[in-house]
Design a protein around this ligand. Structure first.
Ligand code: ZN
Length: 289
């Protein structure tokens, strides 16, 4: 019953000026405050898609033959708008992605400007749910500052991290997960406040561009988002306790829920990599070269 009410509410979500402002703030952080992470630059032209229950919005420096959003303003972007004709569920209203729009019409539009393709595969685009929808679903009106930080880090910085990685990494880094893993395992002592043993290996199938993006997210949190960082460490410690209860129970649990493994890698290994290697952004882009 309660769940249904939430769904109805979200289907009616309309983008607000606050959603635009938070995206602008995020872009400004990416370009100006995280130059140590995104040292090679190149993110200024990345287009941003957001959406509500009726419309898709394209925030871009470019011009398109599309109507502009009438009630939304930005000093940073042109905001184009089109009806997307899709029903968006709870999941799409709280998710980010990169390289491809979630709407066919926008993909068609971007295809015409082929020079924007990164590595011939991805559009120079991130697609993120609006803050307001994310807040309603995950924040329930409380802890707004934590939610703002989480949104800036895990949506805006993270998805820019994907674009940055794709644009700059050596092609064969994509298959070289073992080096990533070695970096993490070598540095596991960084969790020195934890009394738990961390002496087994995760079964690994992970996805490197996503881990790189999560490194960007965590590094940004260390620098700018203290509440989000604190929550990260709290989650990490409680998961570490669970994971290290016994290898046997962990393996049994993992077999039931393999998709969560990427999440645990992020939660636990990403802080280790960052604490160990101050030059991680460049170091990891060069793996495989
Ligand atoms: Zn990702």
């Amino acid at each position: 019953m309660a769940k249904k009410e939430i769904k109805e509410k979200l289907i009616k979500y309309s983008l607000t000026q606050e959603d635009i402002q938070i995206i602008e703030q995020g872009r400004s952080i990416v370009l100006n405050k995280l130059k140590d992470i995104f040292a090679r630059g190149g993110l200024n032209e990345t287009e941003i898609e957001t959406f509500d229950s009726k419309y898709a919005y394209l925030l871009t420096k470019k011009t398109y033959k599309l109507p502009k959003a009438k009630n939304l303003k930005s000093n940073m972007f042109n905001i184009f708008v089109l009806k997307h004709g899709k029903k968006l569920d709870r999941k799409s209203l709280t998710s980010g992605r990169y390289g491809k729009s979630r709407f066919d019409k926008i993909n068609e539009l971007l295809k015409k400007k082929k020079d924007d393709l990164l590595k011939n595969l991805y559009f120079n685009l991130i697609s993120i749910a609006p803050f307001g929808a994310y807040w309603k679903i995950s924040g329930k009106g409380k802890k707004k500052q934590l939610r703002v930080e989480a949104y800036l880090a895990s949506y805006i910085v993270h998805e820019h991290g994907h674009i940055y990685f794709i644009n700059n990494a050596k092609p064969n880094v994509l298959n070289n997960f073992s080096l990533f893993k070695k970096l993490a395992l070598n540095s596991k002592k960084a969790w020195n406040n934890s009394k738990n043993k961390f002496d087994f290996e995760f079964p690994i199938f992970s996805y490197i561009p996503h881990h790189y993006a999560t490194l960007c997210e965590y590094a940004a949190a260390k620098k700018l988002f203290p509440k989000y960082l604190k929550r990260w460490h709290k989650n990490a410690k409680s998961h570490l306790r669970f994971l290290t209860k016994s290898e046997k129970s962990f393996k049994k649990w993992f077999n039931d829920k393999p998709l969560l493994e990427t999440y645990y890698f992020d939660l636990l290994y990403v802080p280790l990599i960052i604490n160990k290697w101050k030059d991680w952004p460049e170091r990891l882009l060069k793996i495989g070269s």
